[in-house]
Design a protein around this ligand. Structure first.
Ligand code: HEC
Ligand code: HEC
Length: 347
């Protein structure tokens, strides 16, 4: 009987010990709704009902975004390839992950991603920011880690359990998992709204274009009888400066749609006609996100404009809006000056 009692006492003691170590219920869970300031000229952001923005969730997401413990050897965070001063993009053609491994695509700006509803990534393979956030951690050329390991690190950290409690109401450390990490990252990224460039100010009547920017604007939007049409706004339409559609803008000449080096959208939908198509990227902050295109092939905006001016390269599914433009040197310079007005950057 005494032995039985002792064992019982020991077990209760251990149980309590365990509970007190992982129990978080002493920390209050009173999430504060986050007031998202949405620009009037944007459509409203669709936010999943099971992940409303809270001050605590956004703060946790921000912390996780800069957290290197999400990577195998704690060298890489989301920020490594998505730097705030570069409009949450990086400055190399192909992003570099753990161990210096090179990816196959160029990093993307994360501004206004909360508004993207036709798929994330260049090929649209993730549907929501919550789905997307699960990928970089385990991508061998990005963070190269494994979720059980990342979950363990966060559960055992000094600071994170209290933050997960405050943001999501977890009652035990063990409840911290990848899906909550993804939710927090998504909340943070939904706050990266960018709508205060010179272009926006001119539209509101708070600033004026220079003569060169105005000429560039008119060429970009096919807005003047006297100036050439550059057809840009068929795909890069305001306010997001993308239709979010998948297009082939004539980067590569192929005589057979199966021959694209990167099949882009086609590899996801398995529709041959979508091979070589990529989601039209935003042009907001474009002056700060070089190099350009899904593989970072162009170093400057001048190279990009030259590509369009020459009418791109032929393949069966290249867009009819890609054609020789016959722009003069002045037209090209003005177009680039206009693109510069789409910049609003956080330093
Ligand atoms: C090693 C560099 C690297 C790291 C680290 C990285 N990313 Fe990315 N990110 C990229 C690249 C490259 C793409 C485009 C990949 C593609 O299209 O296949 C991308 C695309 C994205 C997109 C899609 C944007 C859009 O407009 O569709 C989001 C969102 C994103 N990353 C968020 C994150 C988050 C959150 C993290 C951290 C958990 C992260 N990234 C870590 C390089 C990186
Ligand atoms: C048919 C649709 C279409 C038209 C017209 C078009 N673009 Fe694009 N643009 C795209 C697509 C798609 C991409 C991404 C292609 C890729 O990387 O494979 C892109 C990429 C870009 C990029 C690089 C963005 C980045 O983040 O790397 C710039 C800059 C750009 N376009 C500017 C322009 C300008 C200026 C014009 C007019 C002269 C124009 N575009 C006309 C579809 C279009």
């Amino acid at each position: 009987m005494i032995r039985f009692l002792m064992v019982w006492m020991m077990l209760t003691f251990l149980g309590n010990c365990n509970r007190s170590a992982s129990d978080l219920t002493h920390i209050p869970f009173e999430p504060t709704p986050y007031e998202l300031e949405e620009p009037e000229h944007f459509v409203k952001m669709e936010i999943p009902a099971d992940n409303p923005l809270t001050v605590e969730g956004v703060e946790l997401g921000r912390q996780l975004f800069f957290e290197r413990a999400l990577s195998l050897d704690s060298t890489i965070s989301c920020m490594s390839c998505h730097m705030p001063g570069r409009s949450f993009s990086d400055n190399v053609p192909l992003s570099v992950g753990v161990g210096g491994k090179k990816g196959v695509r160029s990093s993307m700006t994360l501004i206004n991603t909360g508004y993207y509803h036709t798929g994330l990534f260049w090929d649209g393979r993730a549907y929501t920011l919550e789905d997307q956030a699960l990928e970089p951690v385990v991508n061998p050329v990005e963070m190269a880690s494994e979720w059980p390991e990342v979950e363990r690190r966060l559960q055992q950290s000094e600071t994170y359990p209290a933050m997960f409690r405050a943001a999501f109401g977890v009652s035990r450390k063990e409840e911290i998992d990848r899906f909550l990490v993804a939710k927090a990252l998504a909340q943070f990224q939904r706050t990266l709204i960018n709508s205060n460039s010179k272009f926006d100010k001119v539209k509101r009547g708070d600033a004026q274009f220079t003569a060169s920017e105005q000429r560039g604007h008119d060429i970009f939007f096919d807005a003047s009888q006297e100036l050439p049409d550059a057809e840009c706004a068929h795909c890069h339409i305001d306010p997001l400066f993308t239709t979010l559609e998948y297009e082939n803008n004539g980067l590569d000449q192929v005589d057979d749609l199966d021959r694209f080096r990167d099949k882009g959208r086609g590899a996801i939908t398995e529709q041959r006609y979508q091979n070589g198509k990529f989601r039209v990227p935003t042009l907001r902050n474009i002056a700060r996100t070089a190099p350009y295109m899904h593989d970072g092939r162009f170093k400057t905006l001048a190279e990009v404009v030259e590509h369009y001016n020459e009418g791109g390269h032929f393949s069966e599914n290249v867009s009819p809006n890609i054609r020789k433009l016959h722009l003069s040197d002045r037209d090209k310079a003005d177009l680039i000056a206009f693109l510069g007005t789409l910049t609003e950057i956080y330093e």
